[in-house]
Structure formats: structure tokens, C-alpha cells
Design a protein around this ligand. Structure first.
Ligand code: UDX
Length: 436
């Protein structure tokens, strides 16, 4: 099938390449000429395991191309729109400028009967408004939210947990859902749940999924605060809670909290939207989820300061990690970088390392010092602060090796991913988040 993908950022680039990998004839469109040029050469514009391969394969096979020319969407049966919905500069609502611009341009080129599939994460109620514009151009709008996780984006797109499609009522909606089934045929054939619903529910599935995940993380981080006050161990707590399969162990990792391009902005936009709907009370807890999350970053700083008896000025601190999570070079709203910046603000001599994210981190925070080599980062450090749980730090760094490089023996484990007993046995003062 011929499909187009409008917006070639994280979501769109992966979606375009994944659609080509399952045999569709795909054109990706973006206004950013540099990005389009890179993608057209088969170069992934960001680090995402597996993306480079399917991109190169698609471009080489000729069923994946990229352009800045919106007219290239002509002839596609389905047009996916996956442009960004960042947080507004002033306030916490979602900024729909890109969505509106993409739809305006796209609708000049759609043909009667085409399907426009919105994938961007939007405030509930957005699709209903867009549907009228799409209908006016003779096409049909479906809302097909995306649940991909960075680091697993290709797998999540090719083999998702579920597919959700919001459609208009009646036969037009039924036909559109059927076309989407054909687009996602490998998943549909394999029995992946395919949920057909109305627009509002489809939009809500996405924002509530992210709200739930953020809440789960902040729940365990709130328990970490209680654990700190009582001497309990949040890691053992999470393990014990997780054995109850109604709760489950995943997303109960206490630490410096969530960041990235989705969870923080999505829960804020959701709260803002609820307020517009006169339902701010319904999701008032999300403000608390956000507040707990930000408190944990502050707590990590406090642990470092306490370990130095209140004075970090001039201390050399090795910060392990910059990405908001491992297997990603994304530093958007990264708790890791936030901790590094705040430590520097207190006068510490901060050196940051990361296996993938240094170029992005340098662009965002040029005032920080970066070092590509983990061991050079550790050399001469008075304290080590682990903030992104890359294998290079959690598995492949022994406390003995670290001790052979550093000047001090203080380690703050911002992701609770080290073995406290092993580090203590090697002479380190270990501080975790909600465990000691
Ligand atoms: C998230 C959702 O998981 C995904 O479904 C949605 O489509 C986009 O937003 P992503 O931003 O890629 O995906 O990251 P995710 O793996 O969810 O992690 C988000 C943040 O939470 C990271 O900073 C991570 O370190 C943190 N986290 C995750 C925890 O602090 N503890 C956990 O137990 C899990």
C-alpha cells in the first residue's frame, strides 16, 4: 500500500521506516531540509537501536523516500501525521502549531477517499475539530495513537502491544478501520489486539497510558521518600509489591524520576486540558505526580551535598549519564542533566559522560564539561553520581575499578542500579534513592 508520513521526528522517522520494512511504499515529508537530506541518504538522525538498518534497507530497496515537498503525498491511501506537540513556552498546555500547520498543508493534496491518520499526542477533543477540516477536503480522519518507547521504538512500531484506532461513526468509519487493519497486517494477522473506538477515547488512551506510567513511577518514588524517613529499602519494597501481578514490577524503579520528550509534557498537557474541560479535580493528582518527580532530582543533589558535609564547592564530581534513559541519545527534560546542571550551580567541578548523548547534551548545556571516556571521567573524582543506568555503569563498572581511578569514595546511585553491598565492601560510601 502507498502510505505517507508527515513529520519525520522521532515518531515519524521510525514509523516511516517501519512501514517500509513491512512492505509498504512510503514517502516521509518534513519541513526540515537537513533532516530530510540525512534520511534520504539512509542516515538515522538520532540514536535508536534497529532504526539505521531498516532505514538503509528501505532507501536501498526504493520503497522508502523522504522529501520536503508535501505534494509527494498524492497517491497515498493513508497519510500518517506524526508531528510534535511540545509544551507551550508559556504554560503547560500542548502547543498544536505543528499539528495545525501539517494538516493545513496536507489537506491541499489529499484526494477523496484518502485516510488521514493522526498519530501525534494531542489534547482530548483535538481530533473532532480536525475531522471537520479533513472531511471538508473529502478525506476521512482516524486517530491512531502511538505508544512507542525510545530505545524500543522499532520493535514497538512493528510489533505493538495493541493498536488503537478512533474512527467516525458509520460505514465511513468501518471502512477506515478496515484500511488500517490492512496497513498493520503483520500485527493484525498475529492477533495483536486491534481496538476500534471513537476519537475521544483513542486520544484519551494515549494520554491516560502516559499518565498512568508517570503515576506508577512517582508512586514508588513517594515510597522512596517514606523509606528514607524510616530506614526501609524501596528496592526490596518494589520487588515485593511487584510479585502481586495486579501491580507488577515494571515502572516501579525508584530513582531520580522520569524525563524525556513524553511523560513530563504529556501529564502537564493532560492537566491543562482537564482544566479547560472543567475537570481539573479529576486529574489534580497529576500535579502531585509531577512535584514528586521533580523532588527526586533535588533529593539526589541533597545526597551529594550531605556526603560532603554540606560543601560541594570545588569538588570534582563524575556524572555518569546524560540521556533521560539508557539506549537513547535523547536529553529532553533529562533528570540526569538536570542533576549535573544543579551540581555545577552549587560550585562543583562537574564532568559528564554518556555513551550516546554527549552531542545533544552539549548543544543544550554548553556550560557543562563533557568527557567521552567513562574512565577519564572517573579519574580524580571526589564523588561519582550515576544518573542514567547504561550497562557501562551498572554492569560493566566494578567498584574496585572505579576506586582505582577516583580520588574520593562517595557514590550516589540515582537509579538504584548498583549493588550496595559490593560497593560498600570496596570501601565506598554508598547512597541510593530510598535505600542505603
Ligand atoms: C514513554 C512511554 O513509555 C511510551 O509508551 C510513550 O509512547 C512515550 O513515553 P519513553 O519516553 O520512551 O516512553 O520512556 P520510558 O521508557 O517510558 O521512560 C520514561 C522515563 O521514566 C525515563 O526517564 C525513565 O528513566 C523513567 N523511569 C522508567 C523510571 O524512573 N522508573 C521506571 O521504573 C521506569
Amino acid at each position: 500500500m502507498r502510505v505517507s508520513v508527515i513529520g519525520c521526528g522521532y515518531l515519524g522517522a521510525v514509523h516511516a521506516a517501519a512501514m517500509a520494512s513491512i512492505g509498504h511504499d512510503v514517502v516521509g515529508v518534513d519541513v526540515d531540509a537537513a533532516k530530510i537530506e540525512a534520511l534520504s541518504r539512509g542516515d538515522a538522525p538520532f540514536y535508536e537501536p534497529g532504526l539505521q538498518q531498516i532505514l538503509t534497507d528501505g532507501v536501498a530497496a526504493g520503497n522508502l523516500r523522504f522529501t520536503t515537498d508535501m505534494a509527494a503525498v498524492r497517491g497515498s491511501a493513508v497519510h500518517f501525521v506524526g508531528v510534535g506537540t511540545p509544551q507551550q513556552r508559556e504554560g503547560s498546555a500542548a502547543d498544536l502549531t505543528y499539528v495545525n500547520a501539517a494538516f493545513a498543508q496536507l489537506l491541499e493534496h489529499v484526494s477523496p477517499g484518502d485516510i488521514v491518520a493522526g498519530k501525534s499526542t494531542v489534547p482530548v477533543g483535538t481530533a473532532a475539530g480536525l475531522a471537520e477540516r479533513v472531511h471538508g477536503a473529502g478525506a476521512v480522519l482516524v486517530w491512531n495513537p502511538e505508544f512507542l518507547r525510545e530505545g524500543w521504538a522499532v520493535q514497538d512500531t512493528v510489533d505493538p502491544d495493541r493498536l488503537v484506532v478512533g474512527v467516525p461513526a458509520g460505514s465511513e468509519g468501518e471502512r477506515a478501520a478496515q484500511v488500517l487493519r490492512e496497513v498493520y497486517y503483520p500485527s493484525v494477522d498475529k492477533g495483536t489486539p486491534f481496538i476500534v473506538t471513537d476519537y475521544a477515547t483513542a486520544e484519551l488512551v494515549k494520554v491516560s497510558a502516559n499518565a498512568f506510567l508517570a503515576t506508577k513511577i512517582s508512586f514508588i518514588n513517594a515510597m522512596a521518600e517514606i523509606a528514607e524517613a524510616t530506614g526501609a529499602d524501596v528496592t526490596t519494597l518494589a520487588e515485593a509489591l511487584g510479585h502481586d501481578d495486579r501491580i507488577g514490577r515494571r515502572f516501579l524503579g525508584a530513582g531520580i524520576g522520569f524525563g524525556g520528550g513524553c511523560l513530563p509534557k504529556d501529564i502537564r498537557a493532560f492537566a491543562a486540558r482537564a482544566e479547560e474541560l472543567g475537570k481539573s479535580q479529576s486529574v489534580a493528582f497529576l500535579r502531585e505526580v509531577d512535584a514528586i518527580n521533580l523532588r527526586r532530582r533535588a533529593r539526589a543533589i541533597e545526597l551529594v551535598v550531605e556526603a560532603f558535609d554540606g560543601e560541594v564547592y570545588g569538588k570534582r564530581i563524575a556524572v555518569l549519564g546524560a540521556a533521560f534513559k539508557p539506549h537513547s541519545d535523547d536529553v529532553r527534560d533529562s533528570p540526569a542533566l538536570d542533576v549535573a546542571v544543579q551540581l555545577k550551580g552549587l560550585g562543583a567541578e562537574v564532568v559528564v559522560t554518556d555513551p550516546q548523548a554527549i552531542p545533544n547534551a552539549r548543544r543544550l548545556h554548553p556550560q557543562l564539561t563533557y568527557e567521552a571516556s567513562r574512565d577519564e571521567t572517573l579519574r580524580g573524582a571526589d564523588a561519582v553520581v550515576l544518573v542514567t543506568e547504561w550497562d557501562e555503569y551498572r554492569r560493566q563498572l566494578s567498584p574496585e575499578h572505579a576506586a582505582s581511578l577516583t580520588a574520593g569514595r562517595i557514590v550516589v546511585d540515582g537509579r538504584n542500579c548498583l549493588d550496595p553491598a559490593a560497593w560498600k565492601a570496596a570501601g565506598w560510601t554508598y547512597r541510593g534513592m530510598g535505600r542505603s
